[in-house]
Design a protein around this ligand. Structure first.
Ligand code: PMP
Length: 269
């Protein structure tokens, strides 16, 4: 309520910036280094001259962490915009510095065992989905549609090809292999997605990063929604049709491995 945003911040009228959101628990920012890597990569792809070094940005994030209660569990969000200047499409003069905004929001982790309900929608986003930009209106519309239909998330597809969720990645277990879409410009390279691929390999589950179709999704042994806020949530229904539930052993292996990684890295065990 007390934060002041400049009316001419380019994020206000263009969504001209990028962001990150990561889980804060026990005073630890989970997977911070990977979120920093992706943030600086988004800045590079947007030619956004972010002015803080990695160490300086970490120090700013730590100030927020230091102000939360020790038992806080939730998401830390930060965004950088291309600064404050009169509206005009070309970049502002070089002396205009990016603006940094940060806040935390309580967000209990979804229990791993709740099976999510999804709807499927045509993916109408642009071709820069690999950049974590503030321009999220199609994702907002898709997620709202899911909620309006009593569901948790929307799975997006371009034609028959599954891309990702409105704010998550989609993975499937099929014939004992963990499959997910490749990291091209059609999806965000999710950090949780990357962790799941690594954990699968460590646990003897082969992985594949080749596109798959809606038909393959509907017939998959298990379907997983991954994001920093949900980690590894199984799916039980898409468009009102029961799905998944056919490879609980491998699903359980992945969830247990993820839970262990999360608890160790956030110093809870
Ligand atoms: N795809 C999209 C479009 C997202 O918004 C998110 C959440 N930020 C993800 C995937 C999941 O990414 P991560 O695991 O890094 O949170």
């Amino acid at each position: 309520e007390e934060l002041m945003i400049p009316a001419l911040d380019r994020a206000v009228y263009f969504g001209d910036g990028c962001y990150e959101a990561l889980y804060l628990v026990n005073g630890v920012l989970f997977a911070l280094e990977e979120h920093l890597d992706r943030f600086y990569n988004s800045c590079r792809l947007l030619k956004l001259p972010f002015h803080l070094t990695r160490e300086e940005l970490k120090a700013e994030l730590q100030k927020v962490v230091d102000q939360t209660d020790p038992d806080f569990a939730g998401l830390l969000y930060w965004q950088a915009s291309r600064g404050t200047y009169y509206r005009g499409h070309a970049f502002p003069p070089a002396d205009v510095k990016p603006n940094l905004l940060m806040f935390v929001r309580p967000c209990p982790l979804d229990p791993f065992h709740k099976r999510l309900k999804l709807i499927s929608l045509e993916d109408t986003r642009f071709l820069h989905c690999n950049i974590k930009t503030l321009n999220l209106l199609p994702s907002v519309m898709a997620n709202q549609e899911a909620h309006a239909r009593g569901c948790d998330e929307a799975v997006l597809h371009r034609g028959s090809r599954v891309t990702e969720g409105s704010h998550s990645n989609i993975l499937i277990l099929q014939g004992g292999t963990l499959r997910t879409a490749p990291t091209d410009e059609l999806i965000l390279p999710g950090i949780t997605r990357k962790h799941l691929l690594e954990l699968a390999q460590e646990n003897g589950i082969p992985t594949s990063e080749q596109p798959f179709t809606m038909v393959e999704l509907m017939n998959a042994d298990e379907i997983i929604v991954s994001s920093s806020g949900t980690l590894c949530a199984p799916v039980g229904e898409i468009d009102g049709i029961p799905v998944g539930g056919k490879d609980p052993e491998n699903l359980d292996k992945l969830q247990k491995a993820y839970e262990h990684k999360f608890l160790v890295e956030t110093k809870q065990i």
